[in-house]
Design a binder for this molecule. Structure first.
Ligand code: SF4
Length: 477
């Protein structure tokens, strides 16, 4: 495999809309075809025009993860204007159409002014798309989640893991205390609860135990995403060890669930990027939902046009029932498939009094910034909304500053002005160069390491007992 070199990375630009008369779904299908990823079990281009679009509404964060994807400039940047966020929401709609999953993210999006966060979620929902919140949960109170749910939030994804270095927690299992607290905050709200975990050298031995925890919480938790360690952004840890691959994470999930989860039955974009497995949980036992790949591919193909309300189980069943009545052929094979499943699950169904939960596992294999595979970038299904259009998240992470340190055009009355991300101010002319100078307050991750080294060096030069001098308290980013 050959990786993109620096010039090739520079040459990529955000997707531009052309007036080609094609639907977003057709464009997605063509993209999969041109990257050899179009087949009967490919969801992209069939059910979805894109997997998800990240809308970064702040670059600030209240944590400093050791594998953070943010830029070293992030903490020095002001939140982009609300008008620009709204413009990007419309841009996402124009590119990918209604029902697109829009991940409201950052930094941590809960650090944005609360009324603005709520307005952003409401705007996405009003545009017929599906707002999702990605947060470390620290500021996501029950009260805030309730308000966001009322504004149209569909999912909340809590990111909790040991890379966050939360004080007082020495293992992933100890962090379950926080996960349980978050689960209670969201319990009963009409939103789906997801958990994101970075699978990295420091917690790989705990992945199976963590899966068991999520299975036990599947009455609330619907989606478990493992994101593989990648060297990108300001995080101080670098490439993952050889032990962490899509296959070894799959093995950990299989070992914990006691079943073989068929991750390859359907694809969402490139299989080296994404693995998707769906299960049912009854009486604490896990059953693979996709163990008949042929039937699953037919089912997905014939239901691709349907829209499911993930927050309403009854509505999903009604949608499926209406579809089944109109598709007698699929109904027959569907009944056969369902009865085999029910038979296999019979004892657990009895013990659980018929209560079944759906639990999805997802493995997202982000790429190192210096190891970008062209085929995967071209078939990417996870975009970031930049000023100039959507672009692959892996590509965006490899050159974040290029998109963050850009002036943004703002129309005020009858005048065009330029918003500067470092000052947060509007100016009449285009700024020549936008630069960040770090202070101890804004330095995180790698930039903080540079500052700390310089302080230590100054300390040494000044003599052991001399007070620490920080002659270079600022570092050019
Ligand atoms: S290219 Fe990167 S961001 Fe896009 S789907 Fe693949 S791993 Fe995810």
């Amino acid at each position: 495999m050959s990786y993109l070199d620096k010039q090739q990375i520079e040459a990529y630009v955000p997707f531009q809309l052309t007036d080609d008369g094609k639907t977003p779904l057709t464009r997605a299908q063509e993209r999969m075809e041109s990257n050899n990823q179009w087949h009967p079990a490919q969801l992209m281009g069939r059910r979805w025009s894109i997997g998800c679009v990240a809308l970064e509404i702040t670059q600030r964060c209240n944590l400093d993860c050791t594998l953070c994807y943010l830029s070293e400039s992030s903490e020095a940047l002001k939140d982009i204007p609300l008008e620009e966020v709204y413009r990007r929401i419309d841009m996402i709609l124009a590119h990918y159409g209604p029902n697109t999953d829009v991940q409201v993210t950052g930094g941590d999006p809960t650090l944005r002014k609360r009324d603005e966060l709520v307005a952003i979620v409401r705007r996405i929902s009003e545009r017929g798309m599906r707002p999702s919140l990605l947060t470390n949960g620290i500021k996501a109170t029950r009260d805030m989640l309730e308000e966001l749910a009322q504004a149209g939030l569909v999912d909340v994804a809590f990111h909790v893991d040991m890379t966050q270095e939360r004080k007082g927690y020495a293992t992933e299992m100890e962090l379950n205390e926080i996960r349980l607290e978050y689960i209670e905050r969201a319990r009963g709200l009409p939103i789906s609860v997801f958990f994101n975990t970075t699978a990295y050298d420091g917690n790989f031995h705990e992945i199976s135990d963590l899966v068991k925890f999520f299975v036990a919480q599947s009455d609330v938790v619907r989606f478990v995403s493992f994101q593989l360690q990648a060297d990108t952004g300001r995080g101080v840890l670098q490439e993952r060890g050889f032990a962490i691959t899509q296959e070894t994470v799959t093995e950990k999930i299989n070992a914990a669930t006691g079943t073989k989860v068929h991750f390859g039955a359907i694809d969402t974009g490139h299989p080296h990027c994404n693995r998707y497995g769906m299960t049912l949980v009854a009486n604490g036992n896990v059953y693979d939902l996709m163990d008949e790949p042929g039937f699953i591919a037919d089912f997905l193909d014939s239901t691709a046009h349907l829209t499911f309300d993930r927050t309403n189980r009854k509505a999903v069943m009604n949608t499926l029932f209406d579809w089944a009545v109109k598709n007698p052929g699929m109904l027959t094979s569907g009944l056969g498939w369902t009865s085999k499943k029910l038979w296999r699950m019979k004892l657990d169904l009895l013990k659980a009094k018929g209560k079944v939960n759906k639990l999805t596992f997802f493995i997202h294999n982000f790429m190192d910034a210096c190891h970008l595979d062209k085929e995967r970038i071209d078939a990417c299904v996870f975009m970031v909304a930049t000023r100039d259009g959507p672009i692959s998240m892996c590509l965006h992470n490899a050159k974040r500053d290029q998109y963050l340190l850009q002036p943004i055009e703002v129309k005020t009355e009858n005048k065009l002005r330029f918003w500067n991300p470092v000052t947060g101010k509007l100016q009449d002319s285009l700024p020549n160069k936008i630069e960040v100078r770090h202070t101890r307050k804004t330095a995180r991750g790698r930039a903080k390491q540079v500052l700390d080294k310089e302080r230590a060096a100054n300390h040494k030069v000044a003599g052991k007992d001399a007070p620490v001098q920080s002659s270079l308290s600022d570092v050019e980013s």
